[in-house]
Design a protein. Structure first.
Lengths: 107, 183
């Protein structure tokens, strides 16, 4: 998992200059625009790295509610599937739900 | 009365388009929204990104050549026909932009295309909305269909927008078009 500084270095290495299209015309970013864009990209990339690591291995994250929702759907199925599970064995369903809650925790 | 063969009274009208000829950090249309139309459509055709994974596409409102800042709200639903992944989410917020895809776009020779139809209304001094229906192929090769609704409660009258990736360039290829619709 790369740090923001590592992302900045990699992005500047991969993009010596940056361009934008405005009304169909390509324009090179100014130095200030370039640095601001790289900073935003690196900030987002670092945040995504952190989220991806938690989705993979578990942990605490501010977006834990949505991470749990994704896990419920992926591991337990949709509401219809889960109603079937509850009807068949509510205790087994609760164990699976608890495992996801324990894996992805509130900060 | 049949309307087959009759004029559509000029609706919708192609106002602008940008075939993406080389990788760019953002695609902007300024002064493209005005009082000649009451509603606009923006289409993204086969948009791709340069980063390998974990990329969202962001939308920014603009006016007079500058970004409009503020809190954006959204609700979205993402469903996958070829995997068990998906989510329905209400009320997350972002500052100064609104995502129009989830975070799982990425580059690969066989995937990453984003196709989207975005309805925009109004350009008034009241809240502004983007409603976009999209299909994209994620960095995991899962296919997703999504609907995102974005809202900016701001008094600025908009005249344009920018689209950019959360990280890395928008890659070569694809096209962005803007259409106007009169009521």
């Amino acid at each position: 998992m790369a740090t923001k500084a590592e992302h900045v270095t990699a992005m500047k290495s991969a993009n010596a200059t940056l361009n934008k299209n405005v009304n169909g015309v390509q324009i090179q970013l100014t130095t200030d625009e370039y640095n601001a864009q790289i900073d935003e990209w690196a900030t987002n990339a670092e945040a995504q790295d952190v989220r991806d690591a938690i989705v993979s291995g578990g942990g605490s994250h501010a977006d834990y509610k949505n991470i749990r929702k994704e896990a419920y759907l992926k591991e337990l199925g949709d509401w219809g599937d889960q109603l079937d599970m509850i009807y068949a064995d509510i205790d087994a369903w609760k164990v699976k739900v608890k495992a996801i809650k324990d894996k992805y925790t509130k900060p | 009365m049949s309307y087959i063969g009759k004029s559509n009274a000029g609706n919708p009208i192609l106002l602008a388009k940008d075939p993406i000829g080389s990788a760019v950090s953002s695609i902007t249309f300024d002064e493209v929204f005005d009082d000649n139309y009451t509603e606009y459509l923006v289409t993204l055709f086969n948009m791709t990104v340069s980063s390998s994974s974990g990329v969202q596409i962001y939308w920014k409102w603009r006016n007079s050549g500058s970004d409009i800042t503020g809190t954006h709200y959204r609700a979205y639903m993402v469903l996958s026909p070829n995997s068990a992944n998906g989510q329905i989410v209400s009320n997350p917020t972002t500052s100064n932009y609104v995502p129009i895809t989830d975070y799982s776009m990425g580059t690969d020779s066989t995937r990453e295309a984003l196709n989207s139809l975005i309805t925009i209304y109004p350009r008034s001094t009241g809240p502004k909305f983007t409603v976009n229906d999209s299909m994209f192929v994620a960095d995991s090769s899962n296919v997703y269909s999504s609907e995102f609704i974005g809202m900016l409660d701001d008094a600025t009258q908009v005249d344009g927008f920018s689209i950019y990736a959360s990280s890395g360039n928008i890659a070569t290829g694809g096209e962005v078009c803007v259409y106007g619709i009169k009521k």
